[in-house]
Design a protein around this ligand. Structure first.
Ligand SMILES: CC(C)(COP(=O)(O)OP(=O)(O)OC[C@H]1O[C@@H](n2cnc3c(N)ncnc32)[C@H](O)[C@@H]1OP(=O)(O)O)[C@@H](O)C(=O)NCCC(=O)NCCS
Length: 216
């Protein structure tokens, strides 16, 4: 058990588990980042700008610093929870949940990556389902958003599969260059109509207190 409650959160589905991204798990995941297995074509938005870094050691450092920054800047107005995706006890990627003025709006965003050798096998959909369970069931969210470049078939495919509706487009940068993105949103009522009963969670109450959630 960690002293820091978000690191004790676990979400368990029949295919995978999300574990709070402890340093021990990050060390086990680092070889995939070092080997370039977090990369993709087309590249995702600049959210994980570390993935474009060509030097493997610098890439790992930037990746770690981003996660530690997220851990160290949690406030009720802005937070980001980082999870390591575990399949058969092995780390294969990350799934993040991001809240901005969550107590007021109840909206969350997600971000994820999977090791390139395990993509297109349904795991992306499964880990998004797991994090949506935390958002809606665990934290009381009212809406989940997602955004990905038009050519990002994996991310857009996950959103479509899980019942998100298209929510316009917006510009973002991808490796420093402008790229038009597809925005998606999943309303709570749609999630409820399709909610799964085979996903379990632990460590939620202590995590809620760390995030300063009061009204939901
Ligand atoms: C986004 C990501 C996590 C999705 O994981 P995944 O395991 O590949 O996704 P899934 O296998 O669950 O596929 C989801 C849907 O997209 C489709 N899809 C996934 N990869 C595809 C591909 N290469 N070509 C065509 N369709 C694809 C699947 O067919 C599936 O649709 P379906 O269930 O209706 O058949 C993964 O692709 C990834 O790590 N990408 C790089 C990082 C990234 O871009 N992150 C998102 C930033 S916005």
């Amino acid at each position: 058990m960690s002293l820091y409650p978000p690191l004790n959160v676990r979400i368990v589905t029949p295919r995978l588990e999300l574990h709070g991204a402890s340093d021990e798990l990050l060390e086990r995941l680092a070889p995939l980042v070092r080997a370039g297995k977090a990369d993709s074509d087309p590249a995702p938005y600049d959210d994980p700008f570390w993935a474009y870094e060509p030097d493997p050691d610098v890439r790992v450092n930037k990746w770690l610093q981003g996660i530690w920054r997220g851990r160290g800047t949690v406030t009720p107005d802005r937070w980001r929870l980082h999870f390591v995706v575990m399949v058969d006890g092995e780390p294969v990627g990350m799934q993040d949940l991001i809240g901005g003025e969550f107590d007021t709006f109840g909206t969350v965003e997600t971000f994820s990556w999977l090791s390139s050798d395990v993509r297109s096998n349904g795991l992306g959909t499964e880990m998004r389902s797991a994090i949506l369970h935390l958002a809606f069931e665990g934290l009381g969210a009212s809406e989940a958003g997602s955004e990905a470049g038009m050519g990002n078939v994996g991310s857009n495919g996950v959103s479509e599969r899980l019942g998100y509706e298209r929510n316009g487009t917006s510009w973002a940068t991808c490796d420093g260059k402008p790229d038009l993105g597809q925005r998606w949103r999943l309303l709570r009522a749609v999630w409820e109509a399709n909610r799964r009963d085979d996903i379990s969670m632990s460590g939620i109450d202590e995590c809620r207190a760390t995030l300063g959630l009061s009204r939901r």
